[in-house]
Design a protein around this ligand. Structure first.
Ligand SMILES: [Zn+2]
Length: 348
């Protein structure tokens, strides 16, 4: 079984202007890498537009109609989200492409998948475009797995630099979709406190790990292996979705993190091992942020190489693997105190 990649030039059709960091060039460099020097043999997945019904699982009808009404025009919907002539069509294609990749993982055509789409989605709220996002691709995907594939537990891991406020809100009171986010603070959009732990039925199923700038491969891997790993083992997800933002990469113009391409490979390997334990390996990533084009390209390349490895690679750093740097240990005290109200997380 192979890895599926959603790839299409039409994801360049959404354009917020020559100087906007969330630019069509992001897709251009990824497509060129896949065409000129593909890191793996992959199954190309041609996207399809999401339907109104599918988008409507997460977004209000009036909002969908508002975005539809921007077709052929240029309309600022938010300070950080301007719809252009083809934004509506491109956003539908991004969500639908991700849904198609999930279907192919579910029916066993591919082992795992990566949807290289834009615009990104995790800031989009039920009735509001926000932070470069129009429709919440990962949330629509999680709904698809629950509604159409009958899954009872889906884990959404969001390693983007920013907190996925839209995804958190979509599932805040639900226990069938767990949301786990690492994000830099203080930073846009200001949500994502550790104390925001879910509500009602969903209390304990929304996990936020706010981080000060400067974290690198070892920090992220520590969080994935020592915190997310034990929680996932108890939650027992049947599918793991990833809001894969590469704005935590070293050199990103919006971020202050320092993850290397090799580090993204390790995070991917860690999630593959979690997916093997309870989800029959089912893992699908969707592109969120990532604005340094070289870091984006090199990191996506490393993620794809990892996804294609036959045996789930062990996620370990060569040296000082489990060491928790002191700064990180202090920052994790608050999230851990919250998470342990619900989950058994051994002292690292
Ligand atoms: Zn981001």
């Amino acid at each position: 079984m192979t890895t599926g990649v959603v790839k299409d030039r039409r994801f360049m059709d959404h354009d917020m202007g020559a100087y906007h960091v969330e630019s069509p060039h992001r897709i251009e460099v990824l497509n060129r890498m896949l065409e000129e020097d593909p890191p793996i043999a992959y199954l190309p997945i041609e996207p399809r537009p999401a339907t109104d019904e599918e988008v409507g699982w997460v977004h209000e009808k009036g909002y969908i109609d508002l975005v539809r009404s921007t077709a052929g025009k240029t309309v600022p919907l938010d300070m950080d989200a301007t719809a252009g002539p083809k934004t509506f069509a491109t956003a539908l294609l991004a969500a639908g492409g991700f849904l198609k990749s999930l279907d192919l993982v579910m029916d066993g055509t591919v082992r795992n998948a990566f949807a290289l789409v834009r615009p990104p989605g995790h800031h989009a709220e039920a009735s509001q475009a926000l932070g470069f996002c129009f429709f919440n691709n990962v949330a629509i995907g999680a709904e698809h797995l629950v509604r159409n594939h009958g899954l009872r537990r889906v884990l959404v891991v969001d390693w983007d630099l920013h907190h996925g406020n839209g995804t958190e809100h979509a599932f805040y009171a639900r226990r069938d979709v767990m949301y786990f986010s690492t994000h830099q603070v203080p930073l846009y959009p200001g949500t994502g406190a550790a104390r925001d732990f879910g509500a009602g039925d969903g209390l304990g199923f929304n996990l936020n790990v706010p981080l000060l700038a400067g974290k690198g491969d070892a920090d992220y891997l520590h969080i994935f292996e020592k915190i997310l790993g034990p929680v996932a083992a108890q939650f027992e997800p049947e599918f793991i979705l990833v809001s894969a933002g590469f704005d935590i990469a070293a050199g990103d113009p919006l971020g202050g993190m320092a993850v290397t391409p090799a580090g993204f490979g390790l995070l991917t390997a860690s999630l593959m091992a979690m997916a093997e334990r309870t989800a029959a390996g089912r893992l699908a990533l969707v592109l969120e942020g990532g604005y340094d084009l070289r870091a984006l390209r090199d990191s996506v390349r490393e993620v794809l190489k990892t996804l294609a490895k036959r045996d789930s690679p062990r996620a370990t750093l060569a040296t000082s693997a489990g060491d928790s740097p002191e700064a990180l240990r202090v920052e994790l005290e608050d999230p851990l105190r919250t998470f342990r109200r619900k989950w058994d997380i051994p002292a690292a």
